[in-house]
Design a protein around this ligand. Structure first.
Ligand code: NAD
Length: 372
């Protein structure tokens, strides 16, 4: 199979869909990989590294798109790129066109297929392909570092001749993959960390990292289905915010990472709650670049907003801020996925074959121009 990698075109995107290492894995399995010249540069991967892995380099997107059966991507394709796909090309990426926006119409016209990695089932066999988790881990780590860098105080306890400095109090809201990595990062930097998640099962994971698990005296604690949280009713969300208010007010840093797949991010920290925090405190909202707003009412994606003396950082494509390792992990997920949806070196393409494979069936949103 001929597999392509283009330079990503979405704003603020620095990742690449396959690194030389992951391209090499596909080449070893018998596939050919065509990479647009410079596609990996923002993630510190140059053309020579791809050539050394056995990939071919093309000058422009047209040269790649004219040769491939499958395009690997990170962000949403732009209209122009989608329009240049050879009829019947398959695309694997993180941004499902199923909502009818973006280049969905063009993909349909090109009789393209689309496999959306964010729809991967959370089963043991799919763990090596779990791009949402690998990228959330990167985002959580970055959130911890950004908080430490923005806070005008130390994270660790320091005993000096000039006096003792108490450790920073960090509160992490949402303890999924990103939240747990934010907890681990803040702990490594010496902060005292506590965390809360709506899933009761998260408490044990929080404690295993040496942080304190907060239990709120409300009835909204849920167990998740398939490892994902479900959306709360609005009165439960109100009770949750009320119960969280004293914890947020007492924290030097609040890192919010709460998400509900396929739904808007829950609002956990209102402007009023921010106003109760101490001047100089910091909030990092990982959910800020959600189109419907983040976990904090005053956050703006990619901006540091000052609200009543509190600095609120809105995350914007956090994995891209660590593009080399984010791409390495993403490329490993991508190559594992591509190998999993091939039979005898050819991509599964009949409705029957797709339906027969749990992973392909969950991720295939568009098959030869028809939405499934
Ligand atoms: P996510 O990105 O969908 O959400 C992040 C976290 O926000 C979740 O833990 C969720 O419970 C929490 N959240 C949602 N609404 C909230 C609210 N109102 N208040 C507080 N917290 C709220 O989740 P995720 O990081 O993708 O993972 C969720 C869980 O699934 C984790 O326990 C993770 O370890 C597990 N997981 C399992 C697999 C697997 O293959 N079995 C793979 C990845 C993750």
């Amino acid at each position: 199979m001929q597999i392509g990698v283009l330079t990503e075109t979405a704003p603020f995107e620095r990742r690449v869909a396959l690194t030389p290492e992951s391209a090499g894995r596909l080449i070893t399995a018998g596939h050919s990989v065509y990479v647009q010249s410079g596609a990996g540069l923002a993630a510190d991967e140059d053309d020579d590294a791809y050539r050394a892995a056995g990939a071919m380099i093309g000058k422009n997107p047209e040269e790649i798109l004219g040769n491939i059966d499958l395009l690997t991507a990170v962000g949403q394709l732009d209209q122009q790129t989608a329009a240049k796909l050879r009829p019947g090309t398959a695309v694997v990426g993180l941004s499902s066109p199923k909502d009818g926006r973006g280049p969905a119409g063009v993909l349909v016209d090109r009789h393209a297929s689309f496999f959306a990695l964010e729809l991967l089932p959370r089963i043991t066999r799919a763990q090596s392909m779990d791009a949402l988790s690998s990228q959330a881990m990167v985002a959580g780590y970055r959130a911890g570092l950004i908080a430490a860098e923005r806070l005008p105080r130390f994270f660790p306890l320091l005993m000096t001749a000039a006096g003792t400095v108490p450790p920073a109090k960090v509160m992490v809201l949402g303890a999924g993959v990103a939240g747990l990595q934010a907890i681990a990062t803040a702990k490594r930097l010496g902060a005292v960390v506590e965390a809360y998640d709506v899933r009761a099962a998260a408490a044990e994971e929080i404690r295993s990292l040496g942080a304190k698990a907060i239990t709120l005296d409300i009835e909204s604690q849920t167990s998740a289905s398939g490892g994902y949280a479900s959306e709360q009713a609005s009165d439960a969300a109100d009770r949750q915010r009320k119960a969280l208010t004293p914890y947020v007010a007492a924290a030097d840093v609040v890192i919010t990472t709460a998400a509900v797949p396929g739904r808007p991010a829950p609002l956990l920290v209102t402007a009023q709650m921010v106003e109760k925090m101490r001047t100089g405190s910091v909030i990092v909202d990982l959910a800020a670049d959600n189109p419907n707003g983040g976990n904090c009412e005053v956050s703006r994606p990619g901006e540091d907003v000052r609200h009543h003396g509190v600095l609120v950082h809105g995350g914007r494509n956090m994995p891209s801020q660590l593009a080399a390792h984010a791409s390495r992990l993403y490329g490993a997920n991508m190559s594992a996925f591509v190998l999993a949806i091939c039979q005898d070196g050819v991509l599964v393409s009949t409705p029957e074959d797709i339906a027969a494979d749990e992973i392909a069936a969950a991720c295939c949103v568009l098959l030869k121009g028809e939405f499934r």
